[in-house]
Ligand binder design. Structure first.
Ligand code: ADP
Ligand code: TYD
Length: 202
């Protein structure tokens, strides 16, 4: 039985997830929660090795999807499930919604294949809360260009991100009980105020 809460951060590259993750963790810690912050792909020694491959190497889209879920299996077994069982809160920078959005939406992999992998890797567990940081593609692109060298995904074209964003929004509409869509074009302090509100309520 899980007792901690599982919160995931999602959005296209450059939407602002990383910017708000530390804020959310500090906010929850100040309210007395034990918080574990992690990311996907990654979060375990093997997962971080798979992340390097996934972010750098070109590969068949099904290989990419399988490796994402292989890293996730390890992440659940070694980090997420034990932390939740201890009563910790887990905040993950991306989870399975990213596979549906990027491999399903962006790369057009059949969603029923991803559903099979989801049922295999985490048949019961779903995030208690998923924060979807949403911005138009041009805003995300400008923010990314202003910061760092682009990885394999970040170098994709506009139509890839349009399809990725569309699939994220479709899932948010399909699972309204766990998703909150955050308009991430607003100034950072406004977004933090909204996050405080949401996190106080769960
Ligand atoms: P992600 O983790 O979603 O890829 P980041 O959090 O790394 O995105 O944000 C990308 C860039 O955009 C960073 O330089 C960050 O400072 C900036 N940024 C994030 N949110 C905002 C915002 N609301 N307004 C202006 N700039 C922002
Ligand atoms: P991210 O950690 O957001 O990258 P960065 O540290 O550069 O901000 O995510 C890594 C990339 O992996 C991102 O482009 C999305 C992609 N990804 C998938 O395609 N499928 C997945 O299932 C996951 C978890 C990530």
């Amino acid at each position: 039985m899980t007792v901690g809460k599982f919160i995931t951060f999602e959005g296209i590259d450059g939407a602002g997830k990383s910017t708000h993750l530390a804020f959310a963790a500090d906010f929850l810690r100040a309210r007395g929660r034990q918080v574990v912050v992690t990311r996907e792909p990654g979060g375990t020694p093997l997962g971080e090795k798979l992340r390097e491959l996934l972010l750098q190497e070109k590969m068949h889209l099904e290989t990419e999807a399988l490796l994402m879920f292989a890293a996730r299996r390890e992440h659940l077994a070694l980090l997420i499930e034990p932390a939740l069982a201890r009563g910790d809160w887990v905040i993950s920078d991306r989870f399975t919604d990213a596979s549906f959005a990027y491999q399903g939406g962006g790369r057009n992999l059949a969603l029923d294949k991803l559903e099979v992998l989801e049922r295999w890797v985490h048949p019961r567990l779903q995030p208690d809360l998923t924060l979807l940081f949403d911005v138009p593609l041009e805003v995300a692109r400008q923010r990314l260009d202003a910061t760092r060298e682009l990885d394999k995904f970040e170098q994709e074209k506009a139509d890839f991100f349009a399809a990725t964003r569309r699939e994220y929004l479709r899932r948010a509409a399909a699972f309204p009980q766990r998703f909150r869509v955050i308009d991430s074009t607003r100034p950072i302090p406004e977004i933090h105020a909204e996050l405080e509100n949401i996190l106080s309520g769960i």
